[in-house]
Ligand binder design. Structure first.
Ligand code: GDP
Length: 367
């Protein structure tokens, strides 16, 4: 049987028959040493994403196969979108395998934040979500922070077995794997990385020195992420690139904050209070009166309130209201994929509006 050729960028099986299908590469490219699929080629050269359909069943199949083998599972979450990138149910699939939990993009958190506090927060959150990791790490795959320590821990915990790196799309899994490879072999950018969710398609097998492998599994698409409702340009605006500068608003009840046109935060009931917003520095926050908010949104979605831009306003889902009564001091209202608002005082009522389908939740303050 002929050996299956896989894409150098994303690991998908290469085929030469159907140019619109998954893993297509022109027949002439097969002579090359490293074959790359059309999708990765475009992504690499034009920063364009092509839609391909991968079913949830495929992901479940892959996760199941991990549970049936022995290995160390390295689960990566985006610390900026912890809940949105969590991958619920993973603990049911990993079987008896050990798990290391990794929070990526620590470079986005304000420098004043103590890493240990975040690590403890992650441990607590993991426990509540049913996962018992052996250890928790905070890294920046992009800047390299904490990667050496994590690589060492992987080496120690894997006990010569395979390693499976899992994570939802856009958590920075490819960036992390490229880092690790660079760390160990000196090779640059072996795997496709991109800002657009869903770019790593099949398991990539990276040999480790004792015959075991490090497997990069596909990013599981989490449909509750804001990223799926906006276009590429807009994703750039809401994805923070560098340290987030928290923005503090003193609000009276009856005031509203708009996060572009993507989300809305109403302060419904309580005394004068301060609210700290942790969102991309490039995202415009507009303050207005609650009584005017509906009209402002209707009239200014796509111009004053953007993203979404004018051209996608038509297809943008309507905002849905979620009401919260805050019971404890230091609570975050999280807009999945966009950021969060920290509320200091308990006993107040707020309403968070997000596009239909996007997750919004309340949690103990991360910071
Ligand atoms: P994957 O879908 O999980 O493989 O994610 P990628 O590696 O393609 O990264 C998704 C996006 O997150 C890209 O825009 C990366 O530049 C960005 N990213 C990855 N790691 C980090 C990090 O440590 N810090 C920051 N700020 N951004 C990161």
């Amino acid at each position: 049987m002929e050996e299956q050729i896989v894409c150098y960028g994303c690991g998908v099986a290469i085929q030469t028959e159907n140019p619109e299908g998954l893993g297509y590469a022109p027949p002439s490219s097969l002579d090359k040493e490293a074959v790359i699929c059309k999708r990765c080629f475009r992504l690499k050269h034009y920063n364009e994403i092509q839609d391909v359909s991968l079913t949830d069943d495929d992901f479940i199949r892959i996760l199941n196969s991990i549970g049936q083998t022995q290995g160390l599972v390295v689960k990566i979450v985006d610390i900026f979108d912890f809940d949105g990138s969590w991958l619920p149910g993973l603990h049911r699939f990993v079987g008896n395998n050990k798990v290391l939990l990794v929070g990526n993009k620590v470079d986005l958190l304000p420098k004043s934040v103590k890493p240990n506090k975040v690590i403890n927060w992650m441990k607590q959150a993991a426990k509540e979500l049913g996962l018992k990791p052996e250890d928790v790490f905070l890294i920046s795959a992009d800047k390299g922070t904490g990667v050496k320590e994590l690589a060492q821990a992987i080496e120690d915990y894997r006990e010569e077995k395979d390693v499976y790196v899992v994570g939802c799309t856009n958590v920075g899994k490819s960036t992390f794997i490229n880092r690790i490879i660079r760390e160990f072999s000196g090779e640059e950018d072996v795997i496709t990385t991109s800002q657009f969710p869903g770019t790593t398609l099949d398991m990539i097998d990276i040999p480790l020195d004792n015959g075991a492998s490090l497997f990069d599994t596909p990013g599981i698409i989490n449909r509750h992420q804001m990223a799926h409702f906006i276009d590429k340009k807009e994703l750039k605006i809401i994805s923070p690139k560098k340290e987030i500068k928290p923005k503090i608003f003193q609000l009276n009840e009856g005031q509203t904050l708009f996060f572009g046109g993507l989300a809305r935060f109403d302060y419904v009931k309580g005394g004068r209070n301060s609210f700290t917003c942790y969102v991309s520095n490039d995202l415009y926050i507009h303050r207005t009166k609650l009584e005017n908010a509906d009209n402002v949104y209707k009239e200014h979605l796509g111009d004053l309130l953007q993203p979404p831009g004018k051209d996608v306003v038509e297809s943008f889902p309507e905002l849905v209201a979620h009401e919260f009564t805050i019971k404890e001091e230091k609570t975050d209202i999280v807009f999945s994929g966009l950021g969060w608002v920290t509320i200091n005082e308990p006993g107040i009522k707020v309403v968070a509006h997000v596009p239909k389908g996007v997750g919004v939740m309340v949690r103990k303050s991360l910071i």
